[in-house]
Design a protein around this ligand. Structure first.
Ligand code: F6P
Length: 343
């Protein structure tokens, strides 16, 4: 069989580990050939690909990024997008397409599958951990590790200077990274999109903490955190060429407001793409290897329109269309764990 693979959307630690696992089982177990489409859907739409084999993937397990490149291109950007996908599949003799991506890339995969343009199997990728029907997307664990290590470092400098440190982490619609890193790093407060915040209450909490003799505070803010209606104006976010809202900046707003309301010296650290680059954690390497193997097995079962998913410690398959219906929010019970340690 000739199997295609693409990596789309924002990159994420572990993409190469997934590709490597697909290639290994495809070549050595099933006797397949594997082609990698370049830059996500762009490579499929424009017929650009490379041949992948076990040799090509050697040494890539710990490497961040993706050997295939990635982009936010989508078949929906072209009037004849579905036709282009269909003809690339035909011209290259590709019988199945493993789509590794987040919500945007996977939703495009649903459209492609429903149009009958390619036989699609999905793999859930994103540091944000916001894909439905899977307990863990790969890349998330690494991002939490990076954010937690940063918070640990910020604690000591915050204590030396009696400062409030605001740490902005990724998480555009959901606050999984913020919540996990906030708990792991012992945050004073964690602000997530799921729970709109009141900046006055944030400031009061910090003042109360300082009155109890604690002079350093860490406030973790997910980039998509939202103030309660009517409490604080945020600047209009920019939109990129794919219509993707470019977030970032809430940390600075929160820091400025805390300092203005409390008078405490406040600094902001934006972790940004540091959370996405570099080597995957051991957990992510294992998860990625499992995801890749499960995806090529799904291909050989002809389970088109499925997504491999991690549930209850096992790799299962769900319908890709069901997984992208809505983003997975942080469990209120887990946020309550974080809240218990606030202030
Ligand atoms: O979707 C994953 C993510 O890491 C978001 O949390 C973040 O808003 C976005 O990617 C930023 O992506 P880029 O800078 O590549 O547009």
């Amino acid at each position: 069989m000739r199997v295609g693979v693409l990596t789309g959307g924002g990159d994420c630690p572990g993409l190469n580990a997934v590709i490597r696992a697909i290639v290994r089982k495809a070549e050595r177990h099933y006797g397949d050939t594997v082609v990698g489409f370049l830059d996500g859907w762009r490579g499929v739409l424009e017929g650009e690909f490379i041949e992948l084999d076990v040799e090509r993937m050697r040494g890539t397990l710990p490497r961040g990024g993706t050997v295939l490149g990635t982009s936010r291109f989508s078949p929906r950007m072209y009037e004849d997008g579905m036709e282009r996908v269909r003809s690339t599949m035909e011209n290259t003799g590709t019988e199945a397409l493993i789509v590794i991506g987040g919500e945007g890339t996977l939703s495009a995969g649903v459209g492609v599958g429903e149009a009958g343009a390619a036989n699609v199997v999905g793999v859930p990728k994103t540091i944000d951990n916001d894909i439905g029907l899977t307990e863990l997307t790969f890349g998330f664990d690494t991002a939490v590790e990076v954010a937690t290590a940063a918070i640990d470092r910020l604690h000591t400098t915050a204590e030396s200077h009696d400062r409030v440190m605001v740490v902005e982490v990724m998480g555009r619609h959901v606050g999984h990274i913020a919540t996990w890193a906030g708990i792991a790093g012992g945050a004073t407060l964690t602000l997530v999109p799921e729970e709109p915040f009141d900046i006055n209450a944030v400031a009061e909490t910090i003042v109360r903490r300082h009155e109890r003799g604690r002079w350093a505070s860490i406030v973790v803010v997910a980039e998509g955190a939202q103030p309660k209606e009517g409490t604080l104006e945020l600047p209009e976010p920019e939109v990129d060429q794919y219509g993707h809202v470019r977030l970032g900046g809430i940390g600075q707003v929160v820091a400025t407001e805390i300092e203005a309301r409390t008078g405490f010296d406040t600094r902001v650290t934006v972790l940004g793409h540091i959370q996405r680059g570099g080597t995957p954690s051991a957990l992510d390497r294992v998860l990625c290897s499992w995801y890749g193997i499960a995806a090529i097995d799904a291909v050989h079962d002809g389970d088109w329109g499925s997504m491999v998913a991690f549930q209850g410690g096992e790799m299962v398959r769900v319908r890709l269309a069901d997984a992208v219906v809505e983003l997975k929010p942080v469990s209120p019970a887990l946020y309550d764990v974080a809240r218990t340690f606030f202030a």
